[in-house]
Design a binder for this molecule. Structure first.
Ligand code: 9MR
Length: 606
């Protein structure tokens, strides 16, 4: 869906004290950009909001996912025992289907919106289990095959993380009500992805530890659970290094959940503040939204980003029952559906990540995100010089687009690398005058491996002259570096980062690779090296799943990546060529933040 539209941004981009009055030709909606990034961007909605045509139009134009804000909750669909009312829910479903939006079912089991028959109820455990099953089977079953994701259990962990909170289902059934709810939801729709959803468990803290322990146990025991929703109801200024939502700690939490085999989604984001909005508040709010989305985009397990409403006008936070600030503006669109700085922050980030023209200048971004955490390089729109190429041209020194799936055989023959873009590196901190040594590399993946190819031009290939255990880099060798931790800002090595030094000496050592470099053994790389007329050539296969990483190629998903060449003309290294522009001093061996990016590119994408 390409909706061309023109947004006149008059005086709403208020950055760093200066009013930026710009007219932006935003040719793509947030929804289009989310589609390009292959991520769901959603909003919570009431069925009654659809009465407002501007609301309906904004929702369908800007979001590819919706969550019924209340319509699926127990007190709404079954407030009287055995009497189900799906009218409002059906209305939202119909709207979503009409506009090809994905629905997140929210929520089956919760300690709020408790139906009257369950309040202070006196059922036996068996009766309660039957009621729980009937409820879930009826609700999930009605939309079987149409709702791909359900928040099965909401907010079950006590604040502070000490066990499960008291709820009607817990007191009637016991702690296993959680597990039973997941099993019943799976019974009702075996294909639906089933989530546990909670607030206050976004970064690393006692509550997120408790959520992690809960879901880890469920996974271990084979309970059908597929994801964790991180709600993200926060306040302006909460996001940033050392703050309540530290992007690094958020990424680490997502990462550990992902490593259990679960997806992660930001399910209910809004950013509140006391009093009336000011320019400064809205600017910092934009930075908060941007950093959370950026973290989500950087962690491969994060698959959706949902705001708790479309417009400030209908935010739950305005209600006297909740935050009770009639002036709060916690969302992306204001009360008149005008996009706010937060909207532009999100759209600009999505555009940059998809190689579309940025909406904001780098200064504007910096003003909203002080202490910016991520290695957010701005990349040009991906283009292919040669239409036969399987992925776009690389961006010199910054990004390499690795096509997948491409099947490669390690045999020293490059015919299977046809149409995989090649990059030549002929610069670096050490290069003797008149040397014509250079490195040409390429990368690709299939379902099991990430492949690297290095074709080295070198008039004298030197190997076997040093002890590979300590001085491997003093003779001819190629280095590929990977940062698969999801955190491209890391300034030191840890599990998941590897410097894979592959020696030319492998030419005479075909069976067990001779490697050097930090964590290189972790990579479990296989190597074939051959001598060529102009130098030597290396093909390497790094398993996508090892003890230290789980790399899942996903379109536009990224890894930290670096390529180096060490050249010797006899006694010692006299050539050092480096691909990434950030590493000017040969420091990648100890600082992964100097890597560039390897961006996966699905070959099916035109
Ligand atoms: O925004 C929702 C509000 O309209 C309802 O009155 C309330 C009770 O059903 O629930 C609000 O949504 C909550 C969500 O379902 C779970 N996480 C916290 C949300 C805000 O309270």
């Amino acid at each position: 869906m390409i909706l061309k539209r023109f947004i006149l941004v008059m005086g709403i981009m208020l950055m760093a004290g200066t009013t930026v009055t710009t007219a932006q030709d935003a040719t793509r909606s947030m929804r289009d950009l989310a589609d390009l990034n292959r991520i769901h961007i959603g909003a919570a909605v009431y069925a009654s909001h659809l009465n407002d045509p501007v609301h309906a139009e904004t929702l369908a134009r800007e979001f590819n996912m919706l969550t019924p804000e209340n319509e699926a909750k127990a007190c709404e669909v079954q407030n009287q025992l055995g009497e189900f009312d799906f009218r409002k829910f059906d209305r939202l479903m119909a709207f979503a289907e009409q506009h090809a939006m994905t629905v997140r079912g929210h929520t089956l089991v919760w300690h709020q919106c408790v139906p009257s028959w369950l309040q202070n109820a006196k059922f036996s455990r068996d009766e309660a289990i039957k009621l729980l099953r009937d409820h879930i089977l009826t609700v999930v079953g009605r939309y079987k095959g149409r709702i791909p994701i359900w928040d099965v259990v909401n907010e079950a962990v006590a604040d502070g993380g000490s066990g499960l909170r008291e709820t009607p289902w817990k007191s009637l059934i016991g702690d296993d009500y959680v597990e039973l709810a997941f099993r019943f939801a799976h019974e009702a729709d075996p294909k639906a992805l089933l989530f546990y959803n909670d607030y206050g468990a976004e970064p690393l803290n006692a509550k997120s530890d408790a959520v992690y322990a809960l879901v880890k146990d469920l996974v271990k025991r084979g309970v059908p659970i597929h994801g964790v929703g991180l709600q993200m109801h926060i306040s302006v200024g909460d996001v940033g290094p050392g703050k309540a939502i530290d992007p690094k700690a958020l990424a680490e939490n997502m990462q550990r959940l992902g490593e259990l085999g679960l997806q992660v989604q930001i399910t209910e984001m809004d950013v509140k503040f006391a009093g009336k909005p000011t320019e400064d508040i809205l600017r910092r709010q934009a930075g908060d939204f941007r950093q959370v989305l950026e973290t989500c985009l950087n962690v491969k397990y994060c698959t959706a980003f949902i705001t708790w409403g479309v417009t400030d006008r209908f935010s739950w936070l305005r209600s006297p029952q909740f935050f009770s600030n009639p002036d709060v503006e916690p969302l992306l669109f204001d009360s008149d559906y005008k996009p706010k700085p937060a909207y532009f922050a999100v759209v600009d980030l999505l555009a940059r990540r998809a190689g579309e023209p940025p909406l904001l200048s780098d200064d504007q971004v910096a003003a909203m995100v002080q202490d910016r955490p991520a290695a957010a390089v701005t990349l040009p729109k991906p283009t292919k010089t040669d239409p036969a190429q399987l992925s776009p041209d690389s961006v010199p020194g910054l990004a390499y687009y690795a096509p997948f799936p491409v099947s490669i055989k390690l045999d020293g023959d490059l015919s299977d690398w046809k149409n995989v873009p090649r990059v030549t590196v002929d610069k670096g901190p050490m290069l003797p005058a008149n040397s014509d040594t250079k490195l040409t590399f390429a990368a690709a993946a299939d379902k099991t491996n990430l492949y690297f190819m290095a074709d080295v031009q070198d008039s004298k290939v030197v190997y076997g002259t040093h002890d590979p255990a300590s001085e491997w880099y003093k003779e001819d060798s190629v280095e590929f570096y990977i940062n698969a931790t999801g955190d491209l800002t890391l300034t030191s090595y840890k599990k998941g980062v590897a410097q894979i030094g592959i020696l030319a000496a492998n030419i005479t050592h075909p069976h067990k690779p001779i490697l050097g470099g930090a964590n290189s053994a972790d990579s479990k790389v296989s190597v074939v090296a051959v001598k060529t007329d102009s130098g030597y050539r290396i093909e390497a296969a790094v398993p996508l799943i090892t003890e230290v990483w789980k790399i899942e190629p996903r379109h536009l998903g990224l890894l930290g990546f670096q390529a180096h060449l060490n050249g010797s003309s006899g006694a010692d290294r006299d050539t050092k060529l480096i691909w990434s522009a950030a590493d000017t001093q040969d420091q990648s061996w100890q600082n992964p933040s100097l890597f560039g990016q390897l961006i996966f590119w699905d070959v099916a994408t035109r």
